[in-house]
Design a protein around this ligand. Structure first.
Ligand code: BG6
Length: 489
């Protein structure tokens, strides 16, 4: 396949919105400051409000300054960056209105159209871009998750976009794939000989994936109430993490090699029947409580009405393939939990026979690999060790972590944790799709998630309340304890 030309412009629809100002503009600024943006690359924000380009640049400047803290924004870099920015007030679904974008793009030949908009607008914007001649073969379109609310709606969006753009031109973002630590999972598994021979059901007992957030839903409820934790987090971020842990080694880092392996994992996820949904999943919704030392309102109070939307999900998932048969994956994600933590814990099996006998047996703990993705980036391998000293009861054992703190290893005066979007925006500019989600991947994930949502519906499983600031409903503990395991908190 011929290599895609480097993009020469980006049009950010929803360019004055929260995502654009908090993430996209600062990311583009940092890329520019580090010399990654092509010469002459233009940035056009498109939104509904009537703003002058100067007033808009000022908003961007404030957003960049806030994001760059504690470092300062370099005046030369800012001058170069702000000269790239333009602003147009448009209705993105109206081809007539998009003429303003055609004009602003001028002689740009390979523009990126970034839809930082509600998914309900994707089809309309895709069609409007095609109608005014902007969907040229050299252009690219970027979509944020969620792509639809279920398989049928995601297929409608994908079909409509496919009328104007080829699959290679569509970049579906899951920002977790832009996180350094998430990519590090690929390095950990496939750049070391150590783990791969052990990475299977002969040695691994089970896997846990936790994506815990302390924040509540707050003002985002109009979006969130329609989606809930299953569709907002599990369908995308959590399943992407699961895929990277569970996939077979891809033949190379090529976009299709990597994504083929992820799709195979998604196809191997065991579907939930109504009966299994009750036994293997937990839905929760936060009630009032204390979060981070402060009184926190219930989700329903924020929303202003009763709701059946879950803000917490725990699942026991089985992957029906040779590598993982018999190894349960326990997943949980939720809002208003006691701490922010994204963690993957690989629990190995115990030794087949203990030679230590007596008291030491009780100390013998099976090895565990704990990969902390955020807030701290850390990889710990829990190993058994002889506790120092002598004892009449024989050798005392103790578990200790072999720790690889990425923060310490890579901290330095100029170290800055990159925003996930920096990597992803650069990849769109150069046309590398490896860290983007392919159509079949999104659809397989929906197929599986739809099965859970349907089973919940059939079993009339309403979310169970949990106090804000706790680790979810009691059922989440029972779920893992029934399988004879415990969350690795
Ligand atoms: C988004 C979800 O995709 O990811 C949010 O819509 C969630 O609900 C966010 O808070 C979490 O992202 P991060 O990078 O803060 O872990």
């Amino acid at each position: 396949m011929p290599k895609a030309p480097e993009a020469d412009a980006i049009v950010l629809f929803g360019g004055a919105g929260d995502l654009a100002l908090r993430m996209l503009f600062p990311s583009l600024y940092f890329l520019d400051a580090d010399g990654f943006l092509p010469d002459g690359f233009r940035i056009i924000a498109a939104a509904r409000s009537a703003l002058t380009p100067d007033a808009f640049r000022e908003e961007v400047r404030e957003a960049v300054i806030a994001r760059a803290q504690p470092t300062a924004v370099d005046p030369d870099a800012w001058a170069r960056f702000s000269a790239r920015i333009d602003y147009r007030a448009v209705d993105a679904t109206d081809p007539e209105s998009l003429k303003a974008i055609v004009e602003a793009l001028g002689d740009a030949r390979a523009p990126i159209f970034y839809l930082a908009l509600s998914p309900s607008l994707y089809i309309g914007v895709g069609r409007a871009l095609a109608a005014c001649g902007l969907a040229t073969p050299a252009s690219r379109i970027v979509l944020e998750k969620p792509i639809g609310r279920d398989l049928a709606s995601s297929q409608r969006i994908n079909d409509a976009l496919a009328e104007a753009f080829t699959e290679e031109q569509v970049f579906r973002i899951d920002h977790y794939l832009g996180k350094e630590t998430v990519q590090n999972l690929i390095a950990l598994r496939f750049a070391n000989t150590l783990f791969e021979p052990l990475w299977n059901n002969l040695t691994i007992d089970h896997v846990q994936i936790t994506v815990a957030e302390t924040e509540g839903v707050g003002e985002r409820w109009p979006y969130y109430d329609e989606y809930g934790a299953l569709r907002d987090m599990v369908q995308n971020h959590v399943l992407q993490l699961l895929c990277l842990v569970a996939m077979e080694p891809p033949s190379d880092m090529d976009a299709d090699s990597l994504r083929n392996e992820k799709v195979k994992v998604l196809r191997s996820l065991r579907r939930f029947s109504r009966h299994e949904a009750v036994a293997a999943s937990v839905r929760g919704q936060y009630a009032a409580g204390v979060a981070q030392g402060q009184a926190a309102e219930a989700y329903e109070t924020e929303r202003g009405a009763a709701s059946e939307t879950e803000t917490f999900v725990a699942l026991r998932v089985d992957i029906d393939n040779w590598r993982w048969a018999g190894v349960p994956f326990f997943l949980r994600t939720g809002k208003r939990l006691p701490e922010r933590r994204t963690q993957i814990a690989i629990q190995f099996k115990g030794v087949p026979h203990s030679i230590f006998g007596g008291a030491a047996d009780g100390d013998l703990i099976a090895n565990r690999l704990v990969i902390d993705l955020q807030p701290d980036e850390d990889i710990e391998l829990i190993l058994m060790n002889k506790a120092p000293g002598i004892s009449q009861r024989g050798m005392r054992l103790q578990s200790l972590p072999l720790s690889l703190s990425l923060l310490k290893a890579y901290s330095g005066p100029n170290a800055r944790r990159r925003i996930a979007y920096e990597r992803l925006l650069l990849d769109v500019i150069v046309g590398n799709s490896a860290l983007f989600v392919r159509r079949d991947e999104v659809e397989e994930a929906w197929r599986w998630v739809d099965g859970i949502a349907e089973a919940w519906g059939e079993a009339a499983m309403a979310p169970k309340p949990y106090p804000a600031g706790s680790w979810g409903p009691a059922g989440a503990f029972a779920l893992i304890e029934r399988a004879g395991r415990a969350w690795s908190d």
